[in-house]
Write a protein that binds this ligand. Structure first.
Ligand code: UD1
Length: 376
């Protein structure tokens, strides 16, 4: 008898929501072939780190909420595995779909393969070649055990081939984040609620985000970054939606609090909802960040992005896009800032398949590859 292919989609942390939302919207067009359920591991749980994204991106409420937020890496990953296994045993899906590189990604893919359930990984093959990053370990392990690896660029394809992944498993489909960005840009068009709230004028402010443990868990690195920002904010307002991890660390440091008290033009806010954040960065003159996603989003819009990390797992944003890597080096940050200020910063180019149609490509491939399961 013909039966529908059953998929469990996984979200856990903030960068997952904008990757799964367009995928589910596309699955809805294939209702005769697929049925799906959504599992939220609870890795991120605050309203502004999680719930707000469900509303903005119009994601249906999760069918399962595993409530596995907080704790160390081992504890968080372990708790998610224990809870996710119960869901898989009950639901018996044909496929588990995970995205990105967060702890929920590896926890759920590992649980699935141990139960002989196939795994699709969206945003496979990204590599920073820095194994001190928790995300790098999550990427390598998830890719090693996934059955369908969807990559955002050709460099990711080469990374996977070098690691011995068979080429039949790899599909270059483009960047699914851009699908959500295109959706979001249409929603925020002609809106300027956030600009008004913070008294900002298009092109006359910068956006700052910091959350990588390698930056924000180190007072030394934060001080180096903020010593550059202290100079930049004399020229231009900097709006800084603060991640909970970052806030905890700033509040602990007398030195950082002293620097910030000197920076009247750095505006600290709570983490933003998705549409609010798009409104902010799409109107900004430039972005300073350690986020991976924001390097992609700014490249799509050709907005200068100064990445305050030593490396990136998205090198195409540097070779073709509008991203530069400054490390946590005050002088490099200021050098790139001066290029932006004087209009001498590089221009980005278009990147293949970053076009808002990645989820359509993924679902078309899955429907073809999984068709055999459709008849049992
Ligand atoms: C995680 C991801 C990172 C991603 C980032 C986006 C991993 C290894 N890291 O890092 O790749 O870029 O999310 O934000 O998966 N917290 C709250 N409220 C929340 C969520 C977290 O207060 O809603 C607190 C936690 O209790 C913890 C800290 O923030 O103290 C860090 O949270 P955690 O999920 O461990 O990692 P992130 O740093 O957010």
């Amino acid at each position: 008898m013909r039966k529908k292919i059953k998929i469990i989609n996984v979200v856990g942390a903030r960068p997952n929501f904008m990757k799964i939302a367009p995928f589910q919207r596309e699955l809805d067009k294939y209702k005769k072939i697929f049925q799906y359920k959504l599992v939220h591991t609870g890795q991120h749980y605050d309203n502004n780190m999680s719930t707000a994204f469900f509303k903005d991106l119009n994601i249906k409420s999760p069918d399962y909420f595993l409530n596995c937020g907080g704790g160390g890496h081992g504890e968080q990953t372990g708790k998610i595995m224990i809870e996710f296994e119960k869901v898989l045993i009950k639901e018996k899906p044909d496929l588990v779909v995970v995205a990105g590189d967060v702890n929920s990604t590896i926890a759920c893919s590992l649980t699935a393969v141990k139960l002989h359930i196939k795994v699709a990984h969206i945003e496979a093959g990204c590599r920073s070649y820095d194994r001190t990053m928790p995300e790098e370990i999550n990427r390598i392990l998830t890719d090693a055990i996934s059955d369908y690896l969807f990559t955002l660029d050709n460099m990711s394809v080469s990374n996977l081939l070098k690691e011995g992944v068979s080429k039949e498993k790899i599909y270059f489909v483009g960047d699914i984040m851009i699908d959500s960005l295109v959706y979001g840009l249409a929603k925020v068009k002609n809106k300027n609620a956030i600009l008004e709230k913070y008294n900002l004028t298009k092109n006359e402010f910068a956006v700052l985000t910091l959350h990588r443990p390698s930056n924000v868990d180190s007072e030394k690195h934060l001080i180096e970054i903020f010593s550059a920002l202290e100079i930049i904010q004399k020229d231009i307002k900097i709006i800084f939606p603060v991640h909970p991890r970052t806030l905890k660390n700033i509040e602990k440091s007398k030195k950082l609090l002293a620097i910030l008290s000197n920076c009247a033009n750095i505006i600290l806010t709570e983490p933003c909802g998705y549409f609010d954040f798009i409104e902010l960065f799409s109107n900004s003159k430039f972005v300073i960040t350690d986020s991976g996603s924001l390097q992609q989003e700014t490249s799509f819009l050709d907005i200068p992005c100064i990445t305050v990390r030593e490396n990136t797992e998205r090198p195409i944003t540097v070779s073709l896009g509008s991203n530069v890597i400054a490390g946590r080096d005050k002088n490099k940050i200021l050098k790139f800032y001066r290029q932006i200020k004087s209009g001498k910063f590089k221009k980005g180019k278009k990147i293949v398949f970053w076009d808002g149609k990645t989820s359509a490509r993924i679902v078309a491939i899955l429907s073809q590859k999984l068709a055999a399961l459709n008849y049992k």
